[in-house]
Design a protein around this ligand. Structure first.
Ligand code: BMA
Length: 384
């Protein structure tokens, strides 16, 4: 008898026992196999996750529907009018508390600084600090175009050239090794590996990145995703990552799933949406997309997230509560996303979180004070 067969029989018996336990006599018993086929598998992409990463995954599930973590890209490395080695945060300076989630960027790994001139040594420090305050870290990777050496926005076709048995495969593996080493070296003061929510090759249905639509086929994208995960997880033995699949705006579940690599390869189903939350006329489109990813995620026992959103320069005074929070919170499905994250505060021309005296600052304080948003001060230990 195979191991799989034994598991099937045990599950079947467990179902029978549990139905007796609840005092309900079942009149019809489904054949074990049909029962099993319909059950989505609830396990992370990496079954060897470190204890803290597994706890994060489980705890995010527990808080589904009860609150949404608020995240900010580069929260403690740069802000409007500051860019300093001191750990400041525009979020904290306005609300008195840090975000619950921090986004970081590893484009440029292998060099001293990332694409936004942040030293990787500082990134490591800030990530460990965020973890020590119970914060959650998420990382994107705007990998330079491997064919041209240009940026991620250089859309010359490249995916096919870095897949296994292709000309630049060894180069891609060397880049993954740099990323994997970075992830493995993320440690707390006590040496605990820091969990990271990794979001490679994001906005995959947009046409502005070399891995985007029109620059590689769905099949190539899926092969790239699967290779990336298995190389990090199985060859490099990186076990502190949860994986997020993310699109830009979309219209149907079929569109969303066009480049989906499969349930075995994704922990969190994400989407990024700047546009729909910037105008009252389109908010319902944004909510419809969140409903779709939440429904897709829940039927697969995955998490869902609004992995990027925001309004550059936040020109609308009540944007936080009226355009973002209230519509999401009031929708019984959309409110099940685990987190939302806004982009970075680079300078006075490019920022997504208010600084003191910015016109949306009072509304951002109300957003923070709402019981549904989770900032640092609202965090219960997600790592236990
Ligand atoms: C973009 C902009 C750029 C930045 C890049 C990667 O959205 O913020 O200034 O270099 O992200 O962080």
């Amino acid at each position: 008898m195979t191991q799989g067969r034994i598991v099937h029989i045990l599950l079947f018996l467990a179902c029978l026992i549990s139905s007796c336990h609840h005092g309900k006599k079942k009149t019809t018993v489904h054949p074990a196999d049909s029962l099993l086929i319909t059950l989505p598998v609830e396990k992370p992409v990496d079954t060897l996750l470190t204890d803290e990463t597994r706890a994060l995954w489980l705890n995010l599930k527990k808080i589904q529907g009860k609150g949404i973590l608020f995240g900010h890209q580069d929260a403690t490395t740069s802000g409007v009018d500051w860019n300093s080695p001191d750990s400041r945060s525009d979020v904290r300076e306005v609300t008195g508390t840090n975000p619950a989630l921090y986004g970081w960027e590893i484009s440029g790994i292998g060099n001293a600084n990332n694409i936004d001139s942040i030293p990787f040594t500082l990134l490591q420090k800030r990530i460990a600090e965020a973890f020590s305050r119970q914060g959650v870290n998420t990382v994107t990777w705007h990998l330079n175009n491997p064919v041209t050496g240009g940026t991620a926005w250089d859309t010359q076709a490249a995916v096919r050239d870095i897949l296994p048995d292709s000309s630049l495969h060894a180069y891609y593996k060397s880049q993954l090794k740099l990323a994997g080493d970075f992830f493995r070296q993320l440690r707390s003061g006590e040496g605990t590996p820091v969990p990271v929510i990794f979001r490679p090759f994001h906005e995959n249905n947009g046409n502005w990145f070399w891995w985007g639509k029109g620059h590689c086929t769905s099949d190539e994208y899926i092969r790239l995703w699967r290779f990336t995960v298995s190389y990090l997880r199985d060859s490099l033995q990186v076990h502190n990552l949860l994986y997020v699949y993310s699109t830009d705006i979309f219209e149907t579940p079929e569109q969303y799933l066009e480049r989906y690599p499969g349930d075995a390869w994704v922990d969190i189903m994400g989407c990024e949406n700047y546009w729909d939350f910037q105008s009252g006329a389109t908010i319902s489109n944004g909510i419809a997309q969140l409903r779709m990813i939440v429904n897709l995620a829940m039927s697969r026992k995955k998490l869902a997230a609004l992995t990027e959103c925001g309004f550059d320069g936040i020109p609308v005074r009540n944007w936080w509560t009226q355009y973002l929070l209230t519509p999401i919170k009031n929708d019984s499905v959309a409110r099940n996303i685990s987190y939302l994250m806004v982009w970075r505060n680079a300078n006075r021309k490019h920022y997504y979180v208010p600084f003191r005296d910015q016109k949306s600052a009072p509304d951002f304080i109300l957003f923070e004070q709402d019981t549904f948003t989770i900032f640092e001060k609202d965090l219960n230990n997600l790592y236990r």
